[in-house]
Design a binder for this molecule. Sequence first.
Ligand SMILES: CCCCCCCC/C=C\C=C\CC(=O)SCCNC(=O)CCNC(=O)[C@H](O)C(C)(C)COP(=O)(O)OP(=O)(O)OC[C@H]1O[C@@H](n2cnc3c(N)ncnc32)[C@H](O)[C@@H]1OP(=O)(O)O
Length: 719
Amino acid sequence: MAAFARVSGSVGLITLQNPPVNALSAAVRQGIVDSVQRALREPEVKCVVICGQNGIFCGGADIREFSGPMSGPPLIPMIHSIEVAAKPVVAAIEGSALGGGLEIALGCHYRIAHSKTRLGLPEVTLGLLPAAGGSQRLPRLIGVPAALDLITTGRHVTAAEALQLGMVDQVTDRNVTDVAVKFALSVVGKPLDARRISMHSCPHSPDLDELFERTMQHVRQRARGAIAPVACVQAVRAAATLPYAQGMEKERELMATLFTSGQARALQYCFFAQRAIGRWSMPSGARWDTSKPRPVHKTAVIGLGTMGRGIAVTLAQAGFPVIAVENHEKQLMAAKQAISGMLERGAKRRGVTPVLNKITYSRDIQSVANADLVIEAVFEDMALKEKVFQQLSAICKPGALLCTNTSGLNIDHLASQVRNPELVVGMHFFAPAHVMKLLEVVYGPRSSSEALATAMAVGKKIGKVSVAVGNCQGFVGNRMLEHYVEQALFLLEEGATPELVDQALEEFGFAMGVFRMSDLSGLDIGWRVRKGKGLAVPDPTTGQTARVQQGRRYSPVADLICEQGRFGQKTGQGWYQYNTPGSRVGKPDPWVHNFLKDYRARHGLVARRIDHQEVLERCLYSMINEGFRILEDGIAAGPEDIDVIYVFGYSWPRHRGGPMFYAHMVGLPKVLERLEHYHQAHPDVPSLQPCNLLRKLVANGSPPIQKWKEVMKKINSRL
Ligand SMILES: CCCCCCCC/C=C\C=C\CC(=O)SCCNC(=O)CCNC(=O)[C@H](O)C(C)(C)COP(=O)(O)OP(=O)(O)OC[C@H]1O[C@@H](n2cnc3c(N)ncnc32)[C@H](O)[C@@H]1OP(=O)(O)O
């Protein structure tokens, strides 16, 4: 709702009240409409101030309302009524003014912001555009280039930047409502027309056409198929070229298309999924709200290879003192230099002082004795990690949390090496660790809820999107990825080329297809893992790696490529060819095409035509099927956890919501039917066999994704 009060004799104060962010629910909108009418009606009221309760102006429209039938007064006429009011209306902005919240402020005649406020039109991140006049008012207020930037990216600006751009009239460090009340009284009786943004004409510049062309090109390149950024450019173009009323009509048309699109649903699902993962639970019943994290003051990182360096930087940037340990002198020196460079560059980008003194370097593992949390980041080798954990167990103070940065090794086995296995968790960072947002926090059967709570709290403090997952080979992300990569290799055997597979995946929205991505990260990494698993070993009789391993179809194509020393970008050759080692631009490689031709001939395989649809179905559905198995096994608590992992760690296109949301959008019966079809065609590929949970969800009427957990609980309790 919105409360009305008369203050300082003649100021009508309207306070938005809808915790936690004063979102514009139907009740809040009704409250505003009623309060504005009252303020205009009461002769004692000479001016109006709009503010929000609890230190936040407004987080925008109530996103939860978008999935149901809309009720209550619409925003556009409500904002219009503020703008045409005959009494001055001042927005007193603190905390955040986002989306519809900022659109209300733009309808006011004056805007005063607290210095700590952030303002923005983030609708594009929800698959929408600022459709309560925001796309038409903002360019009129701050000019087309700045409005295009803000509306197409959705970025939030500080109060200082807002003042510089002309979005707000004043910034204060004092109580913003008090300042706004005083200000409102000072403008009573002054003419208001010039303050009504919809009456301004859009600032004109001769190179507008070129600006729109350039922005549209840039936006399309970055959007990976997302439609909202394109619509945002079209809406701003309407503001720049049409009278306000016609611009509003265009804004409405564009919004109507976006509002009902699958992309908007996917992006709004992601918004809530990202918040839902913070409410973790363990199979033991322990939960985020009943488990207390331990205090963490001092941290340590063991092993300063690429991952260790990135982790140390992340911890230091978040304010943690870090003891960085590396026992090889040369490696330690190199790491020190690299870390300092990373901290300096990061600080320059953020306009702050580099925190070089947060990190203490040492060659002696004994120096971590006082740390509250230690992250082991040595080479991905179980024997080596075991040794480090045994040492840590002897050295660390009682109660210290021992974490391993591993992409898939058994957490429980490492826990068995220490005195307090309940204090061991996995922290799976993604490379580069100081850049990538995702952190899989892995609990084993013996990890305590306190240990998990502590790792999750540290993850949050260092700015990572942290997802709690159970212990299994590959955890969630890599376990699913294995099936995606496997299908891509099978498709090569059956007639596809790396570029055909990549093109299908990139058109779907991945930043890079599977082969381009493995060229970037290095083919040798996967090769080493496969060798470790006893795959990729030649048959002693034929000398060749067999196409059946451990009782199932196996493709040795990637191993054979590695045998040629083709490790991707770093060697200048992989699935693609590069002009020089280290170059990033790959071209289709005739050598690879001939190699595949020979390979097929050697194994009696007849190449067939493979289309993009098959690439997507085989690669994505097999991975989704594994996602259902992960849910069945209780490794992830819900589909949101899997989707957040894929969006933040594996460049899954956000506007498609994540693999499990995608399955929900495609329809579970269709996913099941296609998996059955492909499994029939490839009975030696177990990952194509539909898993029980998928079958059961379909048998239960394919409920929407928000209901899967309920159905899963029901199914489990019946077992
Ligand atoms: C056919 C044509 C039909 C056309 C109809 C058109 C009608 C629509 C017209 C206009 C539309 C306007 C568009 C909008 O305004 S869209 C919303 C834009 N706003 C945002 O994107 C802001 C989203 N929120 C945030 O960025 C943050 O929450 C922030 C406000 C910065 C606060 O951050 P923080 O303090 O970190 O808190 P949390 O993010 O954890 O949020 C706390 C809980 O509040 C929930 N929340 C936040 N914002 C909203 C919202 N706008 N609506 C509903 N709920 C919201 C959030 O989910 C948290 O709750 P929970 O943990 O339970 O998920």
